[in-house]
Write a protein that binds this ligand. Structure first.
Ligand SMILES: NC(=O)c1ccc[n+]([C@@H]2O[C@H](COP(=O)([O-])OP(=O)(O)OC[C@H]3O[C@@H](n4cnc5c(N)ncnc54)[C@H](OP(=O)(O)O)[C@@H]3O)[C@@H](O)[C@H]2O)c1
Length: 430
């Protein structure tokens, strides 16, 4: 590949007057968002920073398709070999998925080309290996857009909080899930209706499975944990539950006890043990996260120096994502390195089960509450608050693991008086 090898300290981009040649992998929501941003703000960036970013080549699946935004001068090809023949100062990867993104990005990094990616699936699976390739060829891989799209979270960790230890992160990392749960809770919509609206407004992909199953948020959480604590937390070590089965009735019952059901991503490091989960969780309405609605993302870092630090912003969409990509492009053009500098000393992470209080929502036949409560107490469940509603029992428990709480399902399942049993983790703190 003729693309030249560059060193991390002085990429070619900084040595040439102004023009930065960008290869763009993908011209969907994000790729087009970048083209639009460059068309609308390119002159300002050139005036402010003396850099002219120019997309010189784009790789897509269907080169003949009409696009709302495309690079004014760049070639659009469906042939990876033709794309790789281009000479680039930086390549932006916005194809998504693991292949062919992984092969292309590895090849580019091996050749010393800096890569900026928005792809959490790629990083969650191959991040450490790709970073090692980048380091070996003196170039960098940057990924601001991959964690919370428009929220400048990785650059915050890269440049700030150097004296702080972040002990815990509490977040909403999936805009689709937040939008859908907001609609179900507020408008009483069913999942299918809420997803259709999200799609219409551009907040959900054609296939939202990864979003609604919690996997997308878990991929982002795993990248964030690596940045925070210097060691990757494999996806298998994150306890993942999706929002796909939450109903408006459950939202109502939770609200009666002062909770909002929100798509929470949580990770905590204590004495080398990492606890992490992604789940629709019961959040006290007094918690800041409870008020974060629609497609917004939320990240709260609990630090030992300045207490909680909170960021809220758009976690999806072409322009917000492109805005983070552009920040990474500027960092690359100025000779910046990778964005993976940990903010606290590296420590080996030992995954541990998450023990949290739980909210139990039980749908009951009339007059069955006392029997069910007796059964739960007899099984050793430490109940805290108990409230009866029409044909329902709502209760909170002392901290328990998911395994222990789910075993209650087996206990209650055979009872004819119990028509349904649902369990939600309760988020502590504020
Ligand atoms: N959308 C967001 O709000 C958002 C936010 C943050 C991060 N991201 C991440 O950004 C990445 C891109 O997302 P997106 O929403 O822009 O996806 P998208 O709209 O589906 O666009 C994907 C693009 O990649 C091209 N492509 C896919 N497979 C290809 C292949 N095998 N060979 C060549 N080109 C291929 C497609 O070409 P055709 O157009 O010809 O089909 C399309 O242009 C993903 O990793 C996503 O997770 C997205």
């Amino acid at each position: 590949m003729p693309t030249e090898t560059r060193t991390r300290r002085a990429p070619r981009a900084t040595r040439r007057a102004g023009r930065i040649r960008i290869g763009l992998l993908g011209l969907g929501t994000v790729g087009q968002g970048l083209c639009r941003l460059l068309a609308e703000r390119g002159a300002r960036i050139e005036a402010d920073h003396g850099l002219r970013f120019e997309v010189t080549s784009v790789l897509v699946r269907d080169a003949g398709r009409e696009r709302a935004f495309a690079p004014p001068r760049g070639r659009v090809t469906a042939d990876p070999a033709e794309f790789l023949r281009g000479g680039y100062d930086c390549v932006v990867e916005a194809i998504g998925g693991t292949e062919p993104a992984h092969s292309l990005v590895s090849r580019l990094l091996r050749a010393g080309v800096p890569v900026v990616t928005a792809n959490k699936a790629l990083l969650a699976e191959h991040g450490p290996a790709l970073r090692a390739i980048a380091a070996g060829s003196g170039t960098c891989l940057r990924a601001e857009a991959a964690v919370a799209a428009g929220i400048p979270l990785l650059s915050l960790l890269e440049h700030s909080l150097k004296a702080a230890t972040v002990r815990r992160v509490t977040a909403i990392l999936n805009g689709t899930s937040n939008f859908v749960l907001t609609r179900i809770a507020r408008e009483g919509e069913r999942l299918g209706e809420a997803v259709a609206i999200a799609r219409r407004l551009g907040f959900a992909e054609a296939d939202p499975t990864l979003d609604l199953s919690g996997v997308d948020a878990a991929q982002k959480l795993s990248i964030l944990v690596e940045r925070l604590w210097g060691t990757a937390l494999p996806l298998e070590a994150i306890d993942v539950l999706g929002v796909g089965e939450v109903t408006s009735r459950e939202c109502e019952l939770a609200a009666a006890l002062g909770y909002a059901l929100k798509p929470v991503a949580f990770a905590e490091l204590e004495q080398g043990e990492a606890r992490a989960f992604v789940a629709p969780a019961a959040v006290p309405v007094s918690h800041r996260l409870a008020g974060v609605e629609e497609e917004l993302n939320y990240v709260q870092l609990d630090t030992d120096t300045l207490g909680p630090l909170t960021l809220v912003g758009k976690g999806a969409g072409g322009l917000p994502t492109a805005s983070s990509i552009l920040d990474d492009l500027l960092a690359v053009a100025r000779g910046g390195g990778p964005d993976d500098v940990p903010s606290s000393p590296r420590a080996p992470l030992r995954p541990a089960p998450c023990r949290t209080p739980w909210l139990l929502l039980l749908t009951l036949a009339a007059d069955a509450a006392d029997t069910v409560l007796e059964l739960l107490r007899g099984a050793g469940v430490r109940l805290r608050e108990v409230r009866q509603a029409t044909q329902a029992l709502v209760a909170t428990t002392a901290p328990e693991t998911r395994e222990r709480i789910e075993s209650l399902g087996a206990l209650l399942g055979p009872l004819r008086a119990v028509a349904g049993a649902r369990f939600f983790r309760i988020l502590k703190g504020e």
